[in-house]
Design a protein around this ligand. Structure first.
Ligand SMILES: C[S@@+](CC[C@H](N)C(=O)[O-])C[C@H]1O[C@@H](n2cnc3c(N)ncnc32)[C@H](O)[C@@H]1O
Length: 217
């Protein structure tokens, strides 16, 4: 599955920002509001794509320290080009379900529009909880299957897009956080136009010590 996603986004990378400009404006401004990033925070962006989130944060806070991970080499290459004058910002190829970082390394873990590709969403959330430091926050935005238009996308994409996994109803999405031992602090749904409804969650972890006890690792 990773190869299918990689291949798909390698092909899409060059025109991604231009094609999805409206969508990126809606989703990333919402994510940015919710993330409440302060200059000292270490930020991890899962499925960072072309680094648009990082570019926007750097416009407001040029010293912000951020790491983006993604499966697609070409998406990462564009992100690196955009942010190459900021040594404290880096991008690397990695899977959401197997994060190459030590426990408790980040103050904010964010992800926008990538969750519907995760083969194992609970494992991805467990990994986010593992790398989150005590007091840190996870903020995830994705399509909301409670909305009829997202149900139609979900149905069509399952037949037509081999990289696509599924989007979720809000209750299912929240249940994943429960199962990953993350605590939801705030959640909302937002419909910026008729074409999408997004759901967003702010959650906290448990700290790496209790995390290891909970999962027996
Ligand atoms: C729709 S794009 C969103 C990119 C970016 N977050 C944004 O809002 O523009 C989804 C991204 O998630 C990445 N992705 C999908 N599954 C992934 C996984 N399991 N681990 C890491 N990245 C993944 C894809 O390669 C793609 O770049």
């Amino acid at each position: 599955m990773d190869r299918i996603i990689q291949h798909q986004y390698d092909q899409l990378a060059q025109h991604y920002d231009q094609r999805w400009q409206w969508y990126l404006d809606q989703t990333l401004s919402l994510l940015q509001d919710w993330a409440r990033i302060t200059p000292g925070d270490r930020v991890l962006d899962i499925g960072c794509g072309t680094g648009e989130f990082e570019r926007r944060i750097l416009q407001e806070c040029p010293q912000q320290s951020m790491v983006g991970i993604d499966l697609s080499r070409q998406m990462i290459a564009i992100a690196q080009t955009k942010c190459n004058t900021y040594p404290q910002v880096s991008f690397q190829i990695a899977r959401a379900e197997e994060l190459p970082f030590a426990d408790a390394s980040f103050d904010r873990v964010v992800s926008s529009s990538a969750f519907h590709y995760f083969v194992n969403p609970i494992k991805a959330l467990i990994e986010m909880g593992r790398v989150l430091c005590p007091g840190g926050e996870i903020i995830i935005l994705d399509w909301c299957k409670n909305y009829i238009v997202c149900q139609i996308y979900d149905y069509v994409l399952k037949w037509t897009d081999p990289a696509y996994q599924q989007c979720y109803r809000e209750a299912e999405f929240h249940e994943f956080f429960n199962q990953a031992h993350l605590t939801i602090k705030e959640a909302a749904r937002q419909r910026p136009g008729w074409a999408w409804e997004f759901m967003i969650v702010r959650a906290t972890g448990t700290g790496s010590g209790s995390f290891r006890q909970k999962f027996g690792i």
